[in-house]
Design a protein around this ligand. Structure first.
Ligand SMILES: Cc1cc2nc3c(=O)[nH]c(=O)nc-3n(C[C@H](O)[C@H](O)[C@H](O)COP(=O)(O)OP(=O)(O)OC[C@H]3O[C@@H](n4cnc5c(N)ncnc54)[C@H](O)[C@@H]3O)c2cc1C
Ligand SMILES: NC(=O)c1ccc[n+]([C@@H]2O[C@H](COP(=O)([O-])OP(=O)(O)OC[C@H]3O[C@@H](n4cnc5c(N)ncnc54)[C@H](O)[C@@H]3O)[C@@H](O)[C@H]2O)c1
Length: 478
């Protein structure tokens, strides 16, 4: 058995792990990086990048099909070349992965250990059956894996997850997408736009993680006008027939349907990779089996162990994984002088069409009282209409107390950009009047944001007048 002594062991060479490793090294300490799977990160290999590549092809196909609405006639059929699409997805994906591999290559071999790590104690890790790493501190950065509900195991390799999509050489004829969260919508809409017969089903009324019912309803209407999206649905039966799957399913209050698909794509959430024998490290686990940790320092209660990235379940997003890695690596290096890390305003974007985004406080987390809501419906918004992208709604939330922007949820055109403006405003603690004092060009989608802000400003004014009149009444009554 090989033995390695080091200051910090980092488990997982994904985005969080690589960032944590660099933070430890730049603090002048020794570190080893343990990786059990392929190098390259989830984001680049099977996550953010290949999904956006597939979506880019889907947007091109959709644009070509919609050209006639602008008076542009494409004579002859629009042909979707599945092989060419998947070849581009893989080629460009491999290029992104290549950059990660280059950065891994630059890490000295002595710092890299290959294999799956598990805890033997709070300061010892067993890697496969070949190495024991003794580390003063450990950063867990093991990421997450797709959840495959038990009932789908019966259909064998016809039940697939995101990783399998990006291994295709060609597009299939039909796919049932299960799950109406982020992955289900992004991949489901892309496949549908690429001519794959696609049905997206969800068991509840959740959509893209939106919590604001007004925004969610606008998204549902926009999507249902384009594709087969059904919420509140139950899969009643699954049967493998040759290379196809027969699915019996029912949507609330509708007749039951039986359909055949080439694949069932499971987009039913991701679970943290915690097969680590954390009990042997002395970690306290909550009822759901998650280690108890401090959300600001990322330290496991009372242990020299830190947890970063998707595995901690806080915000499974790329930029958050990188920030987590920085905080966990920095604290592992500084241990026991552990400090809260710097955080940015929360922001999440879904690359569907219309795009979906949320920043700052979500609707579900707003206080019951004292919040002004301003909104815009993109239906009549100038630039959105020009581009035939006039679908969805944006709602901004501001505090009655000081007029500050608290957060926003949105579905609409170019929301990836509007979300950035709003996240920066939340982080800078800007008030609605301060935001309205900023420049807005014409004609742009951001004018829609201005409409929502003006609406919120009116609500704030009304709340203030009410407070003043209540105050006057109290004086009169005294
Ligand atoms: C389809 C899809 C699309 C996405 N799109 C976006 C997007 O557009 N924008 C965005 O912000 N986020 C997106 N995400 C989320 C983003 O990819 C993740 O938040 C991010 O990659 C998480 O990084 P990580 O370092 O925590 O985990 P990972 O990159 O998964 O790294 C974890 C590593 O740990 C290794 N490991 C696990 N267990 C062990 C062990 N016991 N021993 C040794 N090694 C181990 C794994 O092999 C893996 O390499 C997407 C995710 C998916 C699946
Ligand atoms: N654009 C982005 O930033 C991006 C893109 C893709 C993924 N991600 C990250 O990956 C994470 C995981 O994405 P996801 O879409 O797998 O999870 P999710 O949590 O967003 O959605 C899962 C959905 O599946 C449903 N579901 C669960 N079990 C089900 C079942 N048995 N039958 C039917 N429906 C079921 C849930 O109700 C939910 O709507 C996201 O939370 C996100 O952080 C981000």
């Amino acid at each position: 058995m090989k033995r390695i002594e080091t200051d910090v062991a980092v488990i997982g060479a994904g985005t969080a792990g690589l960032t944590a490793y660099r933070a430890v090294k730049s603090a002048g300490l020794e570190a080893v990086l343990i990786e059990g799977g392929p190098y390259g990160t989830t984001c680049a290999r099977v996550g953010c990048m290949p999904s956006k590549l597939l979506i880019a092809s889907a947007e091109a196909a959709h644009g070509a099909a919609a050209a006639a609405d602008f008076g542009v006639r494409i004579d002859g059929a629009i042909r979707i070349d599945g092989r060419a699409i998947m070849a581009r997805v893989k080629r460009e994906r491999d290029r992104f992965v290549g950059f990660v591999l280059e950065s891994v290559d630059q890490i000295p071999d002595a710092d890299k250990v290959r294999g799956h790590a598990k805890f033997l104690s709070s300061t010892e890790l067993q890697v496969d059956d070949h190495t024991v790493v003794h580390a003063g501190r450990t950063v867990i950065a093991t990421g997450s894996s797709p959840v495959v509900p038990k009932e789908y195991e019966a259909i064998g390799d016809r039940a697939i997850v995101n990783d399998d999509v990006f291994a295709w050489d060609d597009l299939p004829r039909s796919v049932l997408v299960v799950g109406t969260g982020v992955i289900g919508l992004e991949l489901g809409q892309a496949l549908s736009r690429l001519g794959v017969r696609t049905r997206i089903i969800g068991r509840g009324d959740g959509l893209a993680g939106l919590s604001d019912p007004v925004v969610r309803d606008s998204l549902r209407a926009a999507l249902q006008a384009e594709l087969s999206l059904q919420l509140n649905s139950t899969v009643l039966g699954l049967r493998r027939i040759g290379d196809e799957v027969e699915v019996r399913h029912v949507e609330d209050g509708r007749p039951e349907r039986t359909e055949r698909f080439d694949y069932v794509l499971l987009a039913t959430g991701r679970a943290p990779n915690l097969d680590l024998d954390l009990g042997k490290a002395g970690a306290k686990l909550d009822a759901g089996g998650m280690p108890v940790y401090d959300r600001e320092t990322l330290q496991l209660a009372g242990l020299p162990i830190f947890i970063a990235g998707d595995v901690n379940g806080m915000a499974p997003l790329l930029h958050e994984a990188a920030d987590d890695g920085h905080i966990a690596g920095g604290n592992a290096a500084a241990y026991p002088d552990v400090r809260p890390g710097k955080r940015r305003a929360p922001m999440a974007v879904v690359f569907s069409d219309p795009q979906v985004a949320a920043v700052g406080l979500r609707f579900r987390d707003l206080p019951q009282h004292g919040v002004a809501i301003g909104e815009v419906d993109f239906k009549s918004q100038g630039r959105s209409r020009i581009m035939l992208k006039n679908r969805g709604r944006l709602r901004v939330y501001a505090s009655h107390a000081d007029g500050r922007l608290l957060g926003a949820e949105m579905a609409g055109p170019a929301m990836e950009h509007v979300a950035h403006l709003l996240a920066w405003a939340v982080q800078k603690k800007l008030t609605v009047p301060e935001m309205l004092a900023m420049p807005f060009y014409h004609p742009v989608v951001e004018e829609g944001l201005r409409t929502a802000l003006r609406h919120a400003a009116m609500e704030l004014k009304a709340a203030e007048l009410e407070r003043v009149s209540e105050g006057e009444q109290a004086v009169n009554n005294a």
